[in-house]
Write a new protein. Structure first.
Length: 443
């Protein structure tokens, strides 16, 4: 069904191809946006190509010439609600009531546009996150895309090559990050990009924007419908009655089915006032859509708050980060190297602080979410092997001028991927900015 709608199908294809998110993020910018767009299209089609309102004209008017005009007039100019236990007030009384009592309905013409604006507001935070993330040194999108390709690779030799390619790209990114940090000034070196938590900070700010957007949407719905209370939908007994019997005091006031409309007819020498009684069929649909939308956004608000607390604890709390990386490293039982087996808490902690940083942990979290725990483990194990087994770990009491050697433990010579952690400040040359083409060896 959705593929028959070109723009919506293109949006879903583009949104699902991005991998820098979790399930809560996708509920916001994919699920909610899709539902809102479909609601806007459905209500808009009924409103513009169907018959959204039907009005009963006074008996003295010619139905042939005034029916269509009166219905279009009432739909465009808005209507007002009156209680049924009273007689119809005079024209002067109705004008006074519309000004003082808030009985006028001004929202139903704008419902499809309101849904479209809501969809845009739910999409903007995701667009900002993906745009700002590209400004960071570590290109997470490339890494996660490569991890997804690794998951779909069945040949072991090809899979191993892709893993090495991804790990080399990550290593080059970390080297470029640290080389630019050391060559920068004192204040520039303290920037989030150089310290390795730029993407994490942007991602957590995006989650705060989701929370603020959810709360604002709940209040915006009330304002749009002309309701003072934001908890108008929290009336369980009356809500059940509204859904099962087609209306109740809880919702009939906000979504009236029968309304009235005043029209002035200009006749030579005088102005005549006529009152139409109208049926707003769209309000039967609007009631269900807005109730569903209110509860859905309230649900999103709750899980967004829980998800924010959970995510920030994983990325900021040291013991949480250590536990995640230790799980990946210690779950690999195929490596019998003695130095690799000695996965002490101190080594893992130094590996996270000196190499990965908060952005590295966030990247592995995205890899786990979209490519699976096995691929996340394989990437982590290879990075940790390079850091802890092939090259020595810099002891805590060794300074940059201590003469500590960057010679590999196994006696082989080669460029130490993490040598900049131990060499003197002046000895570090600026590393080239990493790219998958340079890692792959292709021009």
């Amino acid at each position: 069904m959705l593929v028959e709608i070109p723009l919506l199908g293109k949006f879903l294809s583009s949104a699902t191809s991005r991998h820098l998110d979790d399930i809560v993020d996708r509920l916001h910018f994919v699920g909610t946006v899709t539902v809102l767009v479909l609601c806007a299209m459905f209500v808009g089609a009924k409103q513009h190509f169907g018959q959204p309102i039907q009005c009963m004209l006074p008996a003295h008017l010619d139905r042939g010439s005034w029916t269509s005009y009166g219905q279009y007039f009432c739909f465009v100019e808005s209507t007002y609600r009156l209680t049924y236990n009273k007689t119809l007030p005079s024209t002067e009384e109705r004008i006074s009531l519309k000004k003082s009592s808030g009985i006028e309905l001004n929202y139903y013409q704008w419902v499809p546009y309101f849904f479209a604006i809501q969809a845009l507001m739910f999409y903007i935070p995701s667009w900002i996150w993906h745009t700002l993330q590209q400004c960071g040194i570590l290109d997470m999108q490339t890494v996660v895309d490569e991890a997804v390709a690794i998951r779909n690779t069945t040949k072991m030799e090809e899979r191993s090559k892709k893993l090495d390619k991804a790990v080399e790209f990550i290593r080059c990114s970390f080297e470029y990050r640290d080389s630019t940090k050391q060559s920068a000034g004192c204040f520039a070196a303290l920037s989030p990009t150089k310290l390795g938590f730029y993407s994490t900070a942007v991602y957590m700010l995006t989650k705060l924007v989701w929370i603020a957007n959810d709360a604002a949407q709940i209040m915006l719905i009330g304002r749009f419908l002309g309701i003072d209370s934001i908890t108008w939908a929290l009336q369980p007994t009356e809500l059940i009655t509204a859904v099962t019997s087609g209306g109740s005091p809880a919702t009939i006031h906000y979504f009236p089915r029968v309304t009235f409309c005043d029209m002035e007819r200009y006749i030579i020498g005088q102005v005549e006032h006529d009152t139409f009684q109208c049926v707003l069929m769209l309000n039967v649909i609007n009631e269900k859509l807005f109730l569903m939308l209110w509860y859905w956004i309230a649900f999103l608000l709750v899980i967004a708050i829980i998800n924010f607390v959970y995510t920030i604890s994983q990325l900021v709390q040291p013991w949480c980060r250590d536990a995640i990386i230790r799980f990946y490293v210690q779950s690999d039982e195929t490596d019998e190297n003695e130095c690799f087996a000695a996965t002490s808490k101190e080594n893992i902690h130094k590996f996270i602080n000196d190499v990965l940083g908060a952005d590295g942990v966030l990247m592995l979290r995205f890899v786990h979410t979209h490519a699976g725990a096995i691929v996340a483990r394989d990437i982590t194990v290879r990075l940790y092997r390079v850091y802890n087994c092939i090259y020595p770990v810099l002891p805590a009491n060794v300074g940059v001028d201590s003469g500590w050697s960057d010679t590999p433990k196994n006696g082989t010579m080669g460029k130490n991927p993490f040598y900049w952690k131990a060499t003197r400040p002046g000895a570090i040359a600026s590393a080239p900015e990493p790219s998958m083409e340079s890692v792959d060896g292709e021009p």
